[in-house]
Design a protein around this ligand. Structure first.
Ligand SMILES: *[C@@H]1O[C@H](CO)[C@@H](O)[C@H](O)[C@H]1NC(C)=O
Ligand SMILES: *[C@@H]1O[C@H](CO)[C@@H](O)[C@H](O)[C@H]1NC(C)=O
Ligand SMILES: *[C@@H]1O[C@H](CO)[C@@H](O)[C@H](O)[C@H]1NC(C)=O
Ligand SMILES: *[C@@H]1O[C@H](CO)[C@@H](O)[C@H](O)[C@H]1NC(C)=O
Length: 386
């Protein structure tokens, strides 16, 4: 069977300036937010107004928001990582920008990086969504369906995989995501980095699909979505967190895929992120209380909904069926262990995790399918009352 695999990242999102309404923030909180906003939104060298109406600022690479983090005051910008195989902005081939689709590219000038301009409302909803995670752990508003590697085969120093990209039907207040992650630390001191795509009207004020990430240290004591706080060091001049992905996969047809790798560099212990073979940037090790290695890595989906409401679709909204054009998938998945080599996970070292009813979501790991799929899994489903 022939299908064309496209990765198209369109640097378009929505969310523009909007006034906060219904938010009872005190004057003090308001001033604090303004302060944070001024810190995050640096004076741009160039501003790009995307078609969707929001703004990307090209900011001096040495003055980007990351360096406002108190623990990164004396951080020296690192432009390259050494993983055995060198990855850098210059030796990575450019991703498929010549696609038959209309793509709005962001091309920031040399020595600048693209940063999505953030409004006060973005900050408020981003924070509340991040804090929701704490709630969801007890209120079970959130469902996770993923595959993880057992501790015995760890510790881990990297995770990668290529996920198909969809646009599940989401209502306001809901989220649906496909992601991979690295995690370390016992309850109370969890450290985690998550990267993937999601639909989250609360974060973007639209129902489009976006590249996203969140990191957390100390069990949500610090961290955030995308760059809603300082920490992530951006290196790419094209791709950035929060970028819209368009077009998305067509059920039974053309797939849009997003290859992601998250790898720790041995000497610095920074976690480097590549998307579609482009080095996007890194999460400095200083951000974490305990992420010198990961005791768990995994791949899968997540949904969030408000209490009493039905959970949204996960992935494509269809159950795994081993045919790779219906359910959402991760293919060519691999992990990196102490040998600092990449391996496909043997089935015996993996466990599926699904905290929802199998009437809502499911996950299937097939091991090594060889060929273009490699080690592959499928996950997702229609949702409902799980
Ligand atoms: C969200 O988007 C809608 C329509 O695109 C717009 O009318 C509304 O003002 C936006 N809301 C916020 C809070 O930005
Ligand atoms: C990576 O780059 C470093 C510094 O330029 C060089 O010493 C090393 O040999 C390179 N490694 C590979 C595998 O190309
Ligand atoms: C890394 O994982 C591979 C594949 O499971 C295994 O053969 C190898 O022994 C592991 N190496 C270490 C250092 O754990
Ligand atoms: C799988 O991913 C590795 C990098 O992790 C890449 O070198 C390889 O070409 C990929 N294989 C396929 C079939 O996509």
């Amino acid at each position: 069977m022939m299908y064309t695999l496209f990765l198209v990242l369109c640097l378009v999102t929505s969310t523009t300036s909007h006034t906060s309404d219904g938010m009872h923030s005190t004057l003090k909180e308001d001033m604090e937010l303004e302060k944070q906003l001024n810190l995050i939104n640096k004076p741009p060298i160039k501003s790009i107004h995307t078609k969707s109406g929001y703004i990307v600022d090209c900011v001096d690479i040495n003055k980007q928001p990351a360096f406002d983090h108190p623990l990164l005051k004396n951080h020296k910008l690192q432009r390259k990582a050494y993983f055995g195989k060198n990855i850098s902005e210059t030796n990575v081939k450019t991703s498929p920008t010549k696609s038959p689709y209309a793509i709005e590219k962001v091309r920031c000038p040399k020595e600048t990086v693209p940063i999505r301009r953030i409004t006060k409302d973005d900050l408020i909803s981003g924070k509340s969504l991040f804090n929701d995670h704490v709630l969801t752990q007890t209120n079970s508003l959130s469902h996770s369906t993923h595959l993880f590697l057992i501790r015995v085969a760890g510790p881990y120093y990297g995770v990668s995989g290529t996920t198909s990209v969809y646009n599940p039907n989401i209502s306001p207040g809901q989220t649906s995501a496909s992601y991979l992650y690295v995690e370390n630390g016992v309850a109370g001191d969890t450290n985690k980095i998550v990267v993937g795509w999601h639909v989250s009207p609360q974060l973007y004020n639209n129902t489009a699909t976006h590249i996203y990430s969140y990191w957390m240290s100390n069990n949500f004591k610090s961290g955030c979505y995308n760059i809603l706080c300082s920490g992530f060091v951006q290196l790419s001049r094209k791709y950035y967190l929060g970028a819209r992905i368009i077009p998305i996969s067509i059920y039974g047809g053309t797939m849009t895929e997003m290859p992601i790798t998250l790898i720790q560099e041995k000497t610095t212990k920074h976690w480097w992120l590549t998307v579609a073979d482009e080095l996007v940037g890194y999460f400095p090790q200083q951000l974490f209380s305990n992420l010198a290695s990961a005791e768990q890595v995994g791949w899968g989906g997540l949904t969030v909904t408000s209490p009493g409401s039905s959970s949204p679709p996960m992935g494509s909204g269809h159950f795994p069926d081993r045919d790779f054009v219906h359910a959402c998938y991760f293919r060519n998945i691999s992990f990196r262990n102490e040998s600092r080599q990449d391996y496909g996970p043997e089935v015996k070292f993996t466990r599926p995790y699904n905290d929802a009813s199998s009437k809502c979501y499911d996950i299937d790991y097939y091991g090594n399918l060889r060929g273009e799929f490699g080690y592959a899994l499928q996950f997702g489903g229609p949702g409902g009352y799980c």
